[in-house]
Design a protein around this ligand. Structure first.
Ligand code: XIL
Length: 981
């Protein structure tokens, strides 16, 4: 059997040359792409050819005394004494596939399959027969298929027991491509069906191991975590094609099992995860996709554990080819719709097939997702590995794409050796060596480098992350990195890259550091905004504010890693992302790209972190879940997110949602305290005009408060509010005689309006900010959800001692009581008081009534405990900002803290003390709030929740205000705390 040993796929009839480095110019590539528009799939696949130009090519004699001679370039069979004697081979046939065989034969020749089904008796099945004229050749042809697992033997024989015959040019074809026909093993034959141990494990087909049917595979006596069953799948996967792999596993004792791939080329193994280990006891399906991206000469799939050598069972493995959808050719090229370079992060698999076409159609720049990070390029000191990097840079060069190098210095994905035993001098030398080697290799081919990544920590007084880099060298690693980078490639654009740069605190911390370094003369050319955002947060104007802020430094700006998660927290998961969420995401892309387009003079490039939703880091970060953060879906088709960038007129309609609490205000154009309880809803900016607003529900309609940013002062500027079907117009500088109360006043940046709209219970609102002189108008459109008034608690300015004792100073605080049941209708409750100190601390005292106490559950929220929620900015966001916190203290004083996924910014904020009372316990807590300045009348988002446990379960839970039961996920419905005198 002749197959290309160094490629994934067996040769295919009619296959066109693969796209690749032979096509140097984009124009050439486009030409090829357009001719590929003709269906590229061949109907017939050549499975094997045998021309005997180089020996017997795997054929052997069948029967004693038979002699095979290939000296004449064909297969001459002699020495036969029985009809069934001849030449034989194990054919490359799979069950369920129909094969066509043709051969040139001389003599009277038949082709037969000897088939022995597992556990059954042997049958002989004729494929074809032919008799030639003496000394001539004729064609023998036939087809063959079988359906039950069997051992096969394919052989030429003759009805004449002693005649010699000759065979040549055997061609086996099939209607199905082996790299597309998939594979399954169910062990129903009572055998291991090709699975083998990787080490000393024993594999036994066994009835006790069956997931379905009568047999499964028991795996025992494992010698190492990687010693599990493996299956050779070489030849079954084509490079650049996508496959779904699935297997059922079970383990008597809990362990984490995963599915991996081992591939080798010229003896060098590499390992890839298809399914990361998950905890397994009862039957669990491990299922994932894999797109091979490398040439291989060995390929196997195997099950391994994260640690240990416990036995497990496995059954019903399937490998399925995923038919690629061709990319859409009738949509705009995204890169042509924006006034800056548009890029995508990619990896090796995306350089092939439809992914490569998608990149070439829509993106003008690429960034490697991992291939140029330190762990990939210098895993061992001085030993550089550039295989992946080279492949990606070659792809970019061949396709005329710009390339962003990512990243030279980072605290993550950096091997431990870099910091081991490092003095400052040694570490600076290591970074210099690294940059010289990596940047040097691609000098002139990589135009932009993220020189340092994520070095800012806005929670430190100096704004610098406490990484080993910083601990060992201070700021010098940054100085050295930029200096060396400039020396290595003076033409390269050197970027200072970070995430969360759109948030005001991080923005300012980074601004200060970059400014200082620029003032020193450190060669920073550009600031990179990663921009990993979500469907709700942060507001687009934060992004714009950051770009405008950095524009005051003389640096270029780039958006380096944009993606838009469909989640606002790190707990939720969708089975499938709903259409309305994708529509909303489309509008979110639009508002973000509106910012980019407006700021195009500052932005040289925008890169999205991934090519399409089939491959995104957000499917495993911060937890494993389906995510869809990019402009193209799993099948590389345009999503609403694409249209949000390319042509927003094609976006599906989507209404925003606005929470409208009950409340009464005085309509006088002044901002009542009531308005501070909720956060202002931004209206996306249009031109220089933008606004933010709030509503309160009154019995007859809604109160409105709006703050308009409008640089031109014109008496006919107005706000139009369409509530239900009625439109109310509030005009700047005009009396309001339209039957409703309204007031306007001038502000430093525009004007403010307050009104009471007699809109009854209308629950939709379309708000338009009409600017008389400029336009286009800024608008917001959404659905209103009416909720009870936002409660307010006042904290006097006093400082208690945190010791679990309610000393006299607490009596200055008026208590509130919990009474909003989120689980059950009765149980533990608390009286809660708060105090604050101008040193930046909030104090909370909760006297809990709960006579029966339990800490038996392993989950902190199912133990008797008090939770204090604080949102220093009172931003009322879906999800948590990084300074929002859930501070939990159990009745024994055990503390646990929730915030954004790693609670990075708040984990040091809490101090607490607990004491027991006759009918419960007292929690006294001090919570530092370093991200805001505490002063009188500041309003914080605030709530308290009491968890009531009975044994190992939580049997009731009550809050002071938030009725949703979602306080731990979202700050949107918390009450507020006002700092008093
Ligand atoms: C991510 C990659 O996408 C993942 O494949 C990898 O496992 C972890 O790193 N900020 C960065 C990027 O600067 O390098 C990160 O990339 C995403 C966050």
């Amino acid at each position: 059997m002749l197959i290309e040993a160094d490629s994934w796929a067996r040769p295919r009839a009619g296959r066109r040359p693969a796209l690749g480095r032979s096509f140097r110019a984009v124009t050439a590539l486009l030409l090829v792409l357009s001719c590929l528009a003709v269906p590229a799939r061949a109907d017939v696949t050549t499975i094997a050819t045998y021309d005997f130009a180089s020996g017997a090519q795997g054929w052997g004699p069948r029967g004693d005394g038979v002699v095979l001679d290939t000296s004449a370039g064909n297969l001459r069979v002699s020495g036969r004494t029985q009809t069934w004697m001849g030449a034989q081979i194990t054919p490359p046939f799979e069950k369920g596939v129909t094969y066509n065989v043709t051969a040139k034969v001389s003599g009277s020749v038949a082709l037969t399959v000897e088939r022995t089904p597992a556990g059954g008796s042997t049958t002989w099945e004729r494929v074809g027969a032919a008799t030639s004229a003496p000394g001539e050749f004729t064609e023998l042809s036939g087809s063959y298929s079988y359906s039950a697992d069997s051992a096969l033997n394919l052989y030429f024989e003759s009805s004449d027991a002693t005649a010699e015959f000759t065979v040549d040019d055997i061609v086996v074809t099939s209607d199905s491509d082996p790299t597309q026909s998939g594979l399954s093993t169910d062990f129903e034959t009572g055998t291991a069906q090709g699975w083998n141990p990787r080490g000393g494990a024993t594999l036994t087909a066994s009835g006790a191991a069956a997931h379905a049917g009568s047999y499964g595979l028991a795996v025992a006596n494992r010698q190492a975590s990687w010693d599990g069953p493996s299956l050779n799948v070489l030849g079954k996967l084509a490079k650049g094609s996508k496959y779904t792999l699935s297997v059922w596993v079970r383990s008597a004792e809990a362990q984490s099992l995963g599915l991996s791939i081992e591939r080798r080329q010229n003896g060098t193994p590499s390992y890839e995860r298809v399914v990361a280990p998950v905890s397994v006891t009862g039957w669990t399906r491990l299922s994932g996709t894999y797109t091979p991206a490398h040439d291989v000469d060995f390929l196997s799939v195997y099950v391994e554990s994260s640690e240990g050598v416990l036995p497990f069972e496995l059954d019903d493995f399937t490998l399925e080819y995923v038919e690629p959808k061709p990319i859409q050719t009738d949509i705009p090229s995204l890169k042509d719709t924006v006034p800056f370079t548009l890029g995508a992060a990619f990896h090796r698999g995306a350089t092939l097939g439809e992914h490569a076409k998608l990149i070439n159609k829509h993106y003008g720049s690429v960034t490697p997702g991992n291939a140029l990070k330190w762990d990939a390029t210098e895993p061992v000191e001085g030993q550089f590995t550039f295989g992946e990097g080279d492949a990606l840079v070659d792809f970019a060069t061949d396709n005329g794409l710009e390339f962003r190098g990512h990243t030279l210095v980072w605290h993550s994905q950096t091997p431990a050796w870099v910091f081991e035993g490092a003095t400052k001098e040694v570490l600076l030398q290591r970074v210099e060596n690294h940059i010289r080697a990596v940047m040097g290799r691609y000098k002139g081919r990589i135009g932009t480098w993220d020189v340092v990544n994520e070095v800012i920590d806005e929670n430190q007084p100096d704004g610098l992350r406490r990484s080993p880099w910083f601990e060992i060298t201070g700021l010098d690693y940054i100085r050295t990195a930029f200096r060396v980078a400039r020396e290595v490639d003076p033409a390269a654009t050197l970027v200072f890259n970070d995430y969360n740069t759109e948030f005001p605190r991080k923005r300012e911390a980074m601004y200060k550091v970059v400014k200082q370094l620029l003032d020193e003369g450190v060669p920073i050319d550009a600031v990179g905004h990663q921009l990993h955002v979500n469907i709700e947060q942060p507001p687009a104007y934060h992004i714009e504010d950051s770009i405008e802020r950095f524009a005051t430094l003389d640096v270029e700006q780039q958006v380096t890693e944009l993606d838009v998660s469909v989640y606002t927290d790190f707990v939720s998961t969708y089975a499938t992302v709903p259409d309305e969420v994708l529509a909303r995401q489309g509008h979110r892309y639009k508002e973000i790209f509106d910012v980019f387009r407006r700021q195009a003079a500052e932005l040289t490039s925008v890169t999205v972190w991934g090519v399409a939703d089939d491959e995104t880091w957000l499917s495993t970060f911060p937890i494993t879940r389906v995510n869809a953060p990019l402009p193209f879906d799993d099948e590389l088709q345009a999503k609403p997110a694409f249209w949000g960038v390319a042509d927003p007129s094609k976006l599906p309609a989507s209404r925003l949602a606005l929470v409208v609490p009950a409340g009464t205000v005085t309509v006088d154009g002044r901002r009542d305290e009531q308005w501070d309880r909720q956060a202002d809803q931004p209206v996306a900016r249009s031109g220089p005009v933008s606004a933010s607003f709030q509503l309160r529900k009154a019995p007859s309609g809604v109160y409105v408060f709006a703050d308009v940013t409008d640089p031109t002062d014109d008496r006919t500027d107005s706000l139009s509010l369409k509530a239900g079907s009625a439109t109310y117009k509030i005009q700047r500088g005009a009396p309001h005689a339209q039957g409703f109360k309204a007031h306007t006043r001038k502000t430093a940046t525009g004007w403010q309006a307050e009104a009471l709209l007699p809109s009854g219970s209308a629950a939709t609102l379309d708000l338009t900010v009409d600017d008389a002189s400029t336009g286009p108008d800024a608008a917001w459109s959404g659905a209103l959800t009416f909720v009870p008034e936002v409660k307010e608690l006042t904290a006097p300015k006093e400082t208690p001692v945190v010791d679990g004792v309610a000393e006299a100073v607490w009596n200055k605080a008026t208590p509130v009581e919990t009474g909003t049941w989120i689980q059950g209708t009765s149980g533990a409750t608390a009286k809660v008081r708060a105090l604050w100190s101008p040193s930046g601390v909030l104090y909370v005292l909760a006297k809990v009534t709960d006579p029966v106490l339990s800490e038996e559950s392993p989950n902190a929220w199912e133990e008797d405990s008090v939770e204090i929620f604080v949102d220093p900015g009172n931003n009322k966001t879906k999800g948590y900002d990084d300074d929002d916190g859930q501070y939990r203290i159990s009745f024994t004083g055990a503390e646990s803290i929730g915030g954004t996924f790693d609670a990075f910014a708040i984990r040091g904020n809490l101090t607490s003390a607990v004491s027991r009372t006759s009918n419960g316990y007292i929690v006294e807590a001090a919570i530092k709030l370093p991200t805001v300045t505490l002063s009188r009348d500041r309003v914080l988002g605030f709530d308290v929740q009491i968890n009531d446990a009975t044994g190992t379960a939580r049997t009731a839970a009550v809050t002071w205000h938030d009725p949703t039961g979602q306080s731990y996920l979202s700050t949107a419905r918390w009450g507020v705390l006002r700092l008093g005198k």
